[in-house]
Design a protein around this ligand. Structure first.
Ligand code: GLP
Length: 238
């Protein structure tokens, strides 16, 4: 049974998440972080980056892997996960040389997934994974399906994902998704799942009360032994 930590608003939730990341990095400065994009974690990353001056050396060894990407958008597209992560954290902290990421426009998408999977095989597992909850229960682009993929793979995007607000600014519609797989996420030593806003009430309720099912990939997080589920009051029903 998942027990959410409920915060009065998005800001206090983000502050708590940022503090969890800081204390994790204090204990393991060379941690491998896997970071989601979307709108939910941006304030967390902004708050985390503010610790650069306050805690000297905090980010000197950290490594970051991008959770997922819109396939077919340019890396420079303002809607790409790449731009979200660079703007909020990677460029702010000067982490490019310790940052590994799907190329959004690969010549061979399957080969790109093999490249990321091989890198994670050598450098993983993920120490701390920050995730958001998709409206349809997706994690990254692990979309609801009869079967889920364990490792980096090319994903067929659901209509729900293709309606994501990130794409409002996209130059065109992405053709596919590139994402780490469910085993990669479940093998993370710690997971922080952030859920915010009234649009997430239904999905959060399903996560808290529904069965574990590939129809709702986030439900598999019920199997994770070290999950912090942080949400704001707006995401809680009733
Ligand atoms: C997007 C991304 C995910 C993100 C999720 C939730 O499609 N692929 O990585 O976590 O959907 O996004 P948001 O936080 O904007 O609701």
């Amino acid at each position: 049974m998942l027990r959410p930590h409920v915060f009065p608003d998005h800001e206090t939730m983000s502050q708590d998440a940022a503090e969890r990341l800081v204390s994790f990095l204090r204990q393991k400065p060379d941690a491998l972080l896997c970071l989601a994009t979307g709108s939910t974690p941006m304030d967390t990353y902004r708050r985390l980056a503010l610790h650069r001056a306050a805690v000297p050396g905090l980010f000197d060894q950290v490594r970051v892997v991008k959770l997922d990407e819109w396939g077919g958008l340019a890396m420079e597209d303002p809607a790409s996960c790449e731009q979200y992560l660079r703007r909020s954290l990677v460029d702010v902290l000067g982490l490019r040389h310790r940052y590994v990421a799907f190329n959004s426009l690969p010549a061979d998408p399957q080969a790109e997934c093999r490249r990321i999977a091989a890198w994670l095989e050598r450098n993983g597992p993920i120490d701390l994974c920050v995730l958001g909850l998709g409206l349809n229960g997706h994690l990254g682009f692990n979309e609801p399906a009869a079967a889920l993929q364990p490792h980096a793979h090319v994903a067929r995007l659901s209509d729900s994902s293709l309606s994501h607000s990130m794409l409002d600014r996209a130059s065109h519609r992405p053709e596919f998704g590139l994402t780490l797989g469910m085993a990669d996420l479940l093998l993370a030593r710690q997971v922080i799942l952030l859920v915010s806003g009234p649009a997430k009430r239904g999905p959060l309720e399903r996560l808290l009360e529904g069965p574990i099912s590939t129809d709702f990939p986030a439900s598999l997080l019920q199997l994770h032994g070290n999950l912090a589920l942080l949400c704001d009051q707006a995401a809680m029903s009733g």
